[in-house]
Design a protein around this ligand. Sequence first.
Ligand code: GLN
Length: 488
Amino acid sequence: MSLHKLTLHELQDQFTTGEVTAREIVYAYSIRINQVEPKVKAFITQHKESAMAQAEALDQKLKAWRRTMPLMGMPLAIKDNICTESVLTTCASRILGNFVPPYDASVIALLRGQGYLLLGKTNLDEFAMGSSTENSAFGPSRNPWNLSYVPGGSSGGSAAAVAADECVAALGSDTGGSIRQPAACCGVVGLKPTYGRVSRYGLVAFASSLDQIGPITKDVTDAAILLNVIAGHDPLDSTSADVLVPDYTRALKKKDLKKLKIGVPREYFAEGIDPEVEQAVREAIEELKRLGGEIKDVSLPTTGAAIATYYVIATAEASSNLARYDGVRYGLRSKQMKDLLEMYMKTRQEGFGPEVKRRIMLGTYALSAGYYDAYYGKAQAVRTLIRKDFEAAFQEVDLIVTPVMPTTAFKLGEKIADPLQMYLSDIYTISVNLAGVPAISLPCGFSKAGLPIGLQIVGRPFQEDTVLRGAYAYEQATNWRVKRPSIR
Ligand code: GLN
């Protein structure tokens, strides 16, 4: 089998036994990237040559000393809002178009410590604001299942790269669904960890109380392997949690769901859901039952307020986080300036795209004197109610299952002119961020048009192991992961 088709754990096996060399791995991926990247456009920056040099050095070293680490020789792609030392990190924005970080994000330092190879930095919606990767200053990525459809977003480049076999796995970031939604659109696995589980140090901030980095992979086992590496306390991130990290691959020993109570929130199957998506998710719930799970009806009554709450809190935080891009310290600086004020204004005018500007304006408004209590204060109060809904539901059940998205991937250009339509595609993922709980998205079917459908499994805080157990049992009992896009 061609190397690029293997999962991370399969490739690991071949590399550890010495069946393949790191050089052969990078060579296979370079060929694959050259072949499909002109169509998929998953990458902003490619890093194949450096990966090859690193691979050759690694092979040399291993001749004398063969003890491999979990990610040794594994070619990964990283979303371009995660800082990589000496490698361009643009956030898909003109304002950071020339930004080469002088340091690594903590997750990158962890991957490097395990010997990973960086194949490239992947495309996203500018500053991770969007659901389709069309808000990128470098143009959209495409869905490997059908090139006229979006790959989802904002981690669309990472999800497309994994689905098109342009890397063995990737990292994305998720503020309101940006790992899970593109994973669902591209038929791969995406895991958003509990808030605080994975360090945000070196992740370019969008909405700091919601952002989390997580894996996008070809199967559930690979998600567990990557989470093992990136999870854990980091003194460089003050919101990082000092909670023991279990070995997530141990959660994959059981192939049944006996003794697990699984909640189905009735509010997630209301109007607006595409019947094909609903059917696939309902069939998946039947499968979870066959596997021994006890299915229970639960209610998350504040679901209807989630989008409004999110778009006040996320834009408020973004308006504050993005105030640092002023042309003074790094990134773009406008050439047209009479004085300092004009330099700030022109830099931001030229550097930010329309969606980012829209959000800065919305967020600034929500935080302004006179409106703060009515909007921001109110949104924070509703956020507490949303979190309490989940707490109450998790008194009764161990996991909650829902669709990831109300539809399958949509066509390029279909929603870009209507931001509200675009925002609605996150209706099933956003509450999870507001509540800070972990959730995974994995394939559970295909539409008649041949586009993937995702299943979301949500867990209690810091119970990623239970989420992975549920996802693994379902994955092993079904055959969805065998289907791959036929792009060549
Ligand atoms: N689509 C949502 C937004 O536009 C979520 C983005 C994200 O998770 N980064 O804000």
